[in-house]
Design a protein around this ligand. Structure first.
Ligand code: SF4
Length: 69
């Protein structure tokens, strides 16, 4: 299984917190913005992906089958 991650990149404001807590999952551009609208990562990275989702103050990250709390 894979973890399906969606990012509303238009609403990303560049806090870089997602990548700070989950560097293996979230990549940022040179200005600190998440510009990857969709990606799948291995199930082994699920906890890290969730941590990054919850760290985003703008709540622009969603993960299939997970809530944002
Ligand atoms: S924490 Fe949220 S707002 Fe900040 S860079 Fe990551 S996706 Fe964008």
């Amino acid at each position: 299984m894979t973890v399906k991650i969606r990012v509303d990149v238009k609403c990303c404001v560049g806090h870089a917190r997602c990548a700070a807590v989950a560097p293996e999952v979230y990549e940022l551009d040179d200005n600190g913005f998440n510009t990857t609208p969709y990606k799948e990562v291995d199930e082994s990275l699920r906890k890290q992906a969730i941590r990054g989702m919850r760290a985003c103050p703008e709540k622009v990250i969603t993960i299939d089958d997970e809530d944002g709390r």
